[in-house]
Design a protein around this ligand. Structure first.
Ligand code: NI
Ligand code: MN
Length: 224
């Protein structure tokens, strides 16, 4: 599986046969080195409707025909903007051609242009190769992360920027609850308000758990 960190909270997961984009904020993303046209996803998953997550989702869906999969209100909004969209809700996993998607709670908010866009979510993606990937979206630390950890996570994308989300200390605590094999920190150093040192987060996590922290530069890919 190849993971590309597009920058901010935007990632591409490339499995054997599929490409899945999560929160594709590319146009206007100050750290992105990619263009939206670089991606040909089979599906676009969204954690919530804030513009730094919704990003280019509608345009990419229109260009490629890839469905946007998100919580009901956000999916309905994307549909009204001309995208193909599938609405689901927080709960059990839904099966798709590329794997399963489960929406989890997140402690945050979700709106766009004055529209209420449903609850903010995290996403658990299980690939056809049975790898479990958790993208926390924007969230504060919450104790039910323990339940998400019980799913047996291979990779977790966790925000560490503070201001809008967890800071490195809270995210390190989240790792204790989630127990993933690998953590990739996201949602930091995109704007001055969310400046953080990811190396401090890595040192903290790796001194208190078996979890490996992979720090990725925007535009970088890793094979895991
Ligand atoms: Ni947000
Ligand atoms: Mn955000």
């Amino acid at each position: 599986m190849q993971i590309t960190f597009i920058g901010h909270a935007a990632v591409e997961i490339k499995t054997e046969k599929h490409s899945i984009l999560i929160d594709p904020f590319i146009t206007g993303n100050p750290v992105a080195t990619h263009k939206p046209e670089d991606f040909h996803p089979d599906a676009i998953l969204l954690t919530h409707g804030h513009s730094d997550h919704l990003g280019d989702a509608v345009a990419i869906s229109q260009r490629t025909g890839a469905p946007i999969i998100a919580i009901f209100e956000l999916a309905t909004y994307c549909q009204s903007q001309g995208a193909k969209a599938i609405g689901m809700n927080i709960g059990g996993p839904s099966r798709f051609s590329f794997g399963t998607v489960q929406l989890t709670p997140a402690f945050h908010s979700s709106s766009h242009d004055g529209h209420y866009l449903g609850e903010p979510c995290g996403i658990v993606l299980t690939t056809l190769e049975n790898k479990k990937i958790y993208h926390a979206g924007d969230t504060a630390l919450f104790s039910d992360m323990t339940l998400i950890g019980k799913l047996g996570l291979d990779i977790a994308f966790l925000p560490i920027g503070s201001y809008y989300t967890m800071d490195p200390d809270a995210a390190a605590e989240a790792v204790q609850l989630l127990k993933p094999k690998i953590v990739i920190p996201i949602h930091y150093n995109t704007l001055p308000a969310i400046s953080q040192d990811p190396h401090r987060f890595k040192a903290m996590v790796e001194s208190q758990s078996k979890t490996q922290v992979i720090i990725m530069r925007p535009g970088e890919s890793v094979t895991v």
